[in-house]
Design a protein around this ligand. Sequence first.
Ligand SMILES: Cc1cc2nc3c(=O)[nH]c(=O)nc-3n(C[C@H](O)[C@H](O)[C@H](O)COP(=O)(O)O)c2cc1C
Length: 325
Amino acid sequence: MSAKTAIDPKAFRNALGSFTTGVTIITTVSPDGEPVGMTANSFNSVSLDPPMVLWSIARSARSLAAFEASEYWAVHILSDTQEALSNRFAKSGEDKFNGLSVQAGTGGVPLLDNCCARLQCKTAVRYDGGDHIIFVGEVLAFEHTDAPPLVFHAGKYALATRKPQPFRLPAERSSPDNVAFGEDFLGYLLARAHFQFYAQMREHLVQNGIDDTEYFALTLLSLKGGRSVEEINRRFSYTGYHLTTGITSALQARGLLSVDGEGTAATCELTDAGRNLTLRLIAAAKAIEDGIVEKIGQVEAVSLKHLLKRLISETDPGLAHPWEN
Ligand SMILES: Cc1cc2nc3c(=O)[nH]c(=O)nc-3n(C[C@H](O)[C@H](O)[C@H](O)COP(=O)(O)O)c2cc1C
């Protein structure tokens, strides 16, 4: 057996990719004053006292000469919304800063906006790291926000989510391995989450004498008026609710809707009173959302919305969204 195990580069890269990281853009300024930057996920913390961080750059990177020449650089820990920026700085080229708003940091280093965190650093040591060079820097200044981070895992962008606490187990069943069907069934979890959210909303509907079908029709019409009963039903076919001309006539009689024409082809429009009521109901729905986001946290809320959007698009039979024409 050979003492040296041959390492397959692709398999090695894949193995390293299972280490989940954030994504940064590291910037500096070249000796002739040009802004320079590149995407890097090799960033890591090193020391709290003194404050130090590290990252590594490929010897083949165009930006290397500038980082070697400059004493100063800035690390931008990217937020969830900065995937396009990450891609822009992951391409070798000169015009990466074109059209971006930047401020000048220590040593004239360009600083980017809207990141989770920004660290201004001064090179402390450089180490040889095989086909990379490792930069260790002292942190001179930093800023931090609560924005959800951009994550990189197995060569793809990903979301950061906290693992939930397992559900409370019934006293007679102490082992979490022996889970009941519903505890991990997507259908149950989605339905329960929906109904718990919607139960809070229903209190506002009941106070205003509005039922679920009427609420759906009013909110759809608040986005775009002039829709017929037929069209509203087509849009909401996934909900199981069914709007009838009896319901639209009742809303008309209450002064909430104006109806033009006969039968299910008649077009409906919100009156001023209907629009006022709908806006109040939408504000109540938003307040319920805010309360939930406060409980689960901004980062989780962003991740949850991403996952729900993915689920909706994966299971979509081709229905237009309410805000689409
Ligand atoms: C998520 C991600 C992380 C990366 N991390 C690093 C890194 O840590 N070090 C590195 O040298 N290149 C890294 N790269 C690749 C560089 O961003 C890429 O080679 C870039 O073109 C270098 O720019 P330059 O040639 O203009 O210097 C990464 C790319 C991506 C998409």
